[in-house]
Design a protein around this ligand. Structure first.
Ligand code: NDP
Length: 244
């Protein structure tokens, strides 16, 4: 479904991002992914993707740093010749109730989750406009839709991603570029490690199970493929019914 496409996935070394890279590779896309600092894990994921039979390369880049983002996108275009799909997936949490939340915790989460998405989008924007095609997929969260106690910074950043998604969708719709978001619920990754042994949380999910990276990757594949060509500005929940 993605043969001859090049996908850029931020935070592609682990968790949901790695599942998306793998899914795209299985459908024929070459993969450039970004990661923050865990080079060993990134190399492991590159090996998995190469084993599938596609070109794959990892780039260490802080998405919260506009200069680094500019350089890395330039480098990816040099290395791969084109970009067809951008998945803004890199994200962090720094959970605290508001009185205990430091301004630096608020800024770090907004800088990575929201501004990182803006910086990456800005760098592919004219490329996608000129080629009159492109798919931008932003990973938000059910916390960005409904809010979540202890996650004021995270929820604000993810709600911002929803607004950003819809604005970019409106700006680029007439150019054949789609911009959509996925809002996962509880997906089993390093980020949710401390919650996934909690039976009460599991029980609160209508489907009575935590999600897997692949549950998100399946929707990311749909949104990256021709099958979603008439869908833009949409937010699709992948949450076992949690936020309905
Ligand atoms: P993980 O913590 O498992 O993985 C995070 C990934 O992002 C890693 O590849 C990490 O790189 C990378 N990363 C973190 N910060 C930066 C940065 N500043 N620049 C570049 N890369 C960075 O996260 P998940 O897979 O759980 O989450 C992925 C996305 O899905 C996030 O946006 C998250 O908010 C969202 N989400 C997750 C949910 C869940 O239940 N897991 C629920 C709802 C949304 P490195 O390995 O080098 O650290």
């Amino acid at each position: 479904m993605l043969t001859n496409k090049v996908a850029v996935v931020t935070g592609g070394s682990r968790g949901i991002g790695a599942a998306i890279c793998k899914k795209y590779a299985e459908h024929g896309a070459d993969i450039a992914f970004l990661y923050a600092g865990n080079t060993a894990k990134a190399e492991e994921t590159v090996a998995v993707l190469e084993n599938i039979g596609v070109k794959a390369k990892a780039y260490q880049c802080d998405v919260a740093n506009a200069d680094q983002v500019k350089e890395v996108v330039k480098q990816i275009v040099t290395d791969f010749g084109q970009i067809d799909i951008l998945v803004n997936n890199a994200g962090i949490t720094k959970d605290k109730l508001v009185p205990m939340m430091k301004e630096t915790d608020f800024d770090a989460v907004v800088d990575t989750n929201l501004k990182g998405t803006f910086y990456m989008t800005k760098q592919v924007y004219s490329l996608f406009m000129k080629q009159k095609s492109g798919k931008i997929i932003n990973i938000t969260s059910v916390s960005g839709l409904n809010g979540n106690a202890g996650q004021a910074n995270y929820s604000a950043s993810k709600a911002g991603v929803v607004g950003l998604t819809k604005s970019v969708a409106k700006e680029l719709a007439s150019r054949g570029v789609c911009c959509n978001a996925i809002a996962p619920g509880f997906i089993e990754t390093d980020m949710t490690e401390k919650f996934t042994s909690n039976e009460a949380i599991k029980d609160s999910i209508p489907m009575k199970r935590f999600g897997q990276g692949e549950d998100v990757a399946n929707v990311a594949l749909f949104l990256a493929s021709f099958m979603s060509d008439y869908i833009t500005g949409e937010v699709i929940r992948v949450d076992g019914g949690m936020a309905m």
